[in-house]
Design a protein around this ligand. Structure first.
Ligand SMILES: *Cc1c(COP(=O)(O)O)cnc(C)c1O
Length: 360
């Protein structure tokens, strides 16, 4: 068996120990004689899996008791609509911070439901930084402030959590959740698609402060009402059971490996050495303001784009896969989530140095 280092932005690598455990438990979960995929979501076996996953996530992120944790279908993209549907609560405007491709999608969806005030945008510098707190033009009457702490395509990450006073802060943490400890109490809603730094595709994790639940705009489908899912422990309909189970295994793996403080240390070290390799060369470049560089998604270009295909070919020959940059950015993108071993980053840096020597 030859496992590769997969730098995909999502679906992304999973910890090998998690996959192995899933393999061992595939045919017969804990003596039940069933695969988790075959279990009723209402049976005691799956309910115990679901509860353990939530308990472990709560412990990892130190989620306060006044927050609900929901495991929902529809990915992060459904949250672009669920957030306004549940958080407008009689108001007619919301603030959005625009830092790139994913912010834009959230904004476009938000506009279907309310007046969107762009509290800040970095479009003029081609989305290569996060705006400073002092640059945010926040409206005290806004229903909420939405931002994207980590822009997965541009590789831009906020180095701080915006202060929004009494206005609830909403964060699309799809590509940065679990990468480091955060203070959940600063947020009204945190949501994340699972397929980046949690587990396999097919689920979103939503962490929502309980006073923000229960009032929706007219016409909100039951499935888009947070209250529906709170009342039914995220089992109003059949949940994505296998994804939930694998996410639970990933949470247990994180706990066993030192939790988010240990992850933060490793993630920062992995990112720093890759940025150093880019910055210390005239052959590779990353356009993002050093203060706002992502720990998770690191785009870089080659001095001569004609060499991109050769770079990808040599990377692939060394088992370094899915490094091609997003079609809107070009060049390369290395996504190095929690499950990317440090040895994978080292191997990429080695290839970069070697490639530059021969082609630079
Ligand atoms: C991937 C991603 C999304 C979309 O997630 P889906 O689960 O595919 O809907 C949204 N926001 C960010 C920041 C992402 O990285």
């Amino acid at each position: 068996m030859a496992r590769v280092y997969n730098f995909s932005a999502g679906p992304a690598m999973l910890p090998e120990a998690v996959l192995q455990q899933a393999q061992e438990e595939m045919l017969d979960w804990h003596g039940s004689g069933m695969s988790v995929m075959e279990m009723s979501h209402r049976g005691k076996e799956f309910v115990s899996i679901a509860e353990q996953a939530e308990a472990d996530l709560r412990e990892l992120m130190a989620i306060p008791d006044n927050y609900k944790v929901l495991f929902l279908q529809g990915g992060a993209s459904s949250q672009f609509a669920m957030v306004p549907m549940n958080l407008l609560r009689g108001k007619n405007s919301a603030d959005y911070i625009n830092t790139g491709a994913w912010s834009k999608k959230a904004i476009a969806e938000g506009k279907r439901y309310c007046n969107v005030n762009i509290a800040a945008t970095t479009e003029e510098n081609k989305f290569t930084s996060a705006p400073a707190q002092a640059e945010l033009k926040l409206d005290a009457k806004a229903a909420y402030v939405h931002y994207t702490p980590n822009e997965t395509i541009g590789g831009v990450e906020f180095p701080y959590v915006p202060e929004t006073g009494d206005v609830p802060l909403v964060a699309d943490m799809s590509s940065t959740i679990l990468s480091r400890p955060i203070d959940v109490s600063k947020f009204g809603v945190i949501y994340a698609g699972a397929q980046k730094n949690i587990g396999p595709a097919g689920m979103a994790v939503v962490i929502v402060r309980d006073d923000l639940i229960g009032e929706t705009i007219d016409g909100t489908p039951s499935m888009f009402n947070y209250q529906t899912h709170v009342d039914n422990d995220s089992m109003y309909n059949t949940p994505p059971t296998y994804t939930w189970y694998l996410a639970g295994l990933a949470f247990a793996w994180l706990k066993k490996n030192g939790g988010l403080a240990a992850m933060a240390e490793t993630n920062q070290r992995k990112a720093s050495k890759l940025y150093a390799a880019i910055d210390n060369s005239d052959f590779y470049a990353n356009p993002v303001d050093p203060e706002s560089r992502s720990w998770m998604n690191i785009p870089f270009t080659l001095a001569n784009p004609d060499l991109d295909a050769e770079f990808l070919k040599e990377a692939s020959a060394r088992s370094l896969k899915t490094l091609k940059g997003h079609r809107s950015v070009g060049g390369m993108r290395a996504s190095i989530y929690n499950a990317m071993p440090e040895a994978g980053v080292d191997a990429l840096i080695e290839l970069m140095a070697d490639f530059e020597k021969r082609h630079g």
